[in-house]
Write a protein that binds this ligand. Structure first.
Ligand SMILES: Nc1ncnc2c1ncn2[C@@H]1O[C@H](COP(=O)(O)OP(=O)(O)OP(=O)(O)O)[C@@H](O)[C@H]1O
Ligand SMILES: O=C(CO)[C@H](O)[C@H](O)COP(=O)(O)O
Length: 292
């Protein structure tokens, strides 16, 4: 936990929508005049695409069919912890990009499946924004949850998460439904053991729930739209959260538990802005005072 240089960690499985909610955070940072450095969880994969394939084959030959990008050992979590710690103490750190597709290759100048070179953060950021698979991991090696000041889970119910992944991987990354299905299956062990436990560490979870039939996610022709979904918002510590204000500002919302509200899917952006702006504002204002 760093009060001097705060860290926001947005955690979700592949296809959950963490890149999508990043736009909402950027909107808040821009409007409030906060400067953020962003890092992507995929930058901390241990292997490039070819080496990952070789490692998968090596492990499969040895009888391990559960290794995947979700596994702790497929990622440089110590390096990520060093970056969190370094930013928290000094406001500095480094990151790189894992290039997924041709469009990213064009932007970064390295081929798909490769990393760009590590580069230092620009000085003077108010906060660090992480978005990816492992930003709230607590295991024998690392404690990332302890270093992040605001942890957000983005967790659609699993059928919807699969639909989102299948559609995105087919449309943007050139994979077939069968290839994505194999990946989903191989990742299931680590999904349960490495991804899910993080959502008890997160301060607020946003869980999108479709209200249309998604019982066979592998044949869904489109991703359920915001109008076809609800979002359950759960606060780990509801103390200080003004629920009457939130339910009065967000039309169609209601409380389902003492720490949970449900909102129409098309109000997710508004709800995030109402909930997150004061929390981020407090973190940055306190940090600026401490740095004076
Ligand atoms: N609230 C939403 N409503 C409709 N579609 C959504 C929503 N959130 C995400 N999606 C869609 O789901 C797909 C996956 O979203 P996104 O790329 O943000 O996932 P991600 O968590 O960043 O995945 P990865 O970590 O694998 O890059 C995209 O096609 C996106 O448009
Ligand atoms: O989204 C992902 C993890 O968050 C990707 O699956 C991961 O980055 C590897 O990509 P690829 O298998 O296409 O090289």
């Amino acid at each position: 936990m760093s009060k001097t240089y705060p860290i926001i960690s947005v955690v979700g499985s592949s296809g959950a929508g963490t890149s999508t909610v990043k736009a909402t955070f950027e909107q808040i940072f821009r409007r409030e005049g906060f400067t953020a450095v962003s890092i992507e969880g995929d930058a901390f994969h241990r292997y490039n695409r070819a080496d990952m394939r070789a490692e998968l084959e090596r492990r499969a030959a040895a009888g391990d069919r559960t290794f995947s990008h979700f596994s702790y050992e497929a990622n440089e979590l110590k390096e990520l912890e060093n970056v969190f710690r370094s930013f928290g103490e000094t406001g500095m750190g480094r990151t790189r990009h894992y290039v997924h597709d041709a469009e990213e290759a064009e932007r970064h100048g390295v081929p798909p499946g490769e990393f760009t070179a590590w580069a230092s953060f620009e000085e003077g950021a108010d906060l660090l924004f992480y978005e990816g698979l492992h930003g709230a991991v607590v295991n024998d090696e690392v404690n990332l949850a302890a270093l992040a000041d605001l942890k957000i889970g983005v967790v659609p119910v699993i059928n919807l998460e699969w639909i989102q992944k299948i559609h995105r991987d087919r449309a943007a990354r050139g994979y077939s439904t069968e290839a994505v299905t194999d990946t989903i299956l191989r990742r299931m062990q680590a999904y349960v053991h490495c991804i899910c436990p993080q959502f008890t560490q997160t301060d607020i979870n946003f869980q999108r729930v479709p209200v249309v039939d998604t019982s066979n996610p592998f044949i869904a022709r489109w991703i359920p739209t915001p109008d076809e979904s609800l979002v359950v918002i759960r606060f780990k510590n509801p103390r200080g959260i003004d629920f009457p204000y939130l339910t009065s500002m967000i039309a169609g919302s209601w409380m389902t538990r003492a720490n949970s509200i449900v909102i129409p899917g098309n109000k997710q952006d508004l709800a995030m802005q109402l909930i997150l702006t004061p929390l981020i504002e407090r973190l940055v204002t306190n940090a600026r005072k401490l740095r004076r």
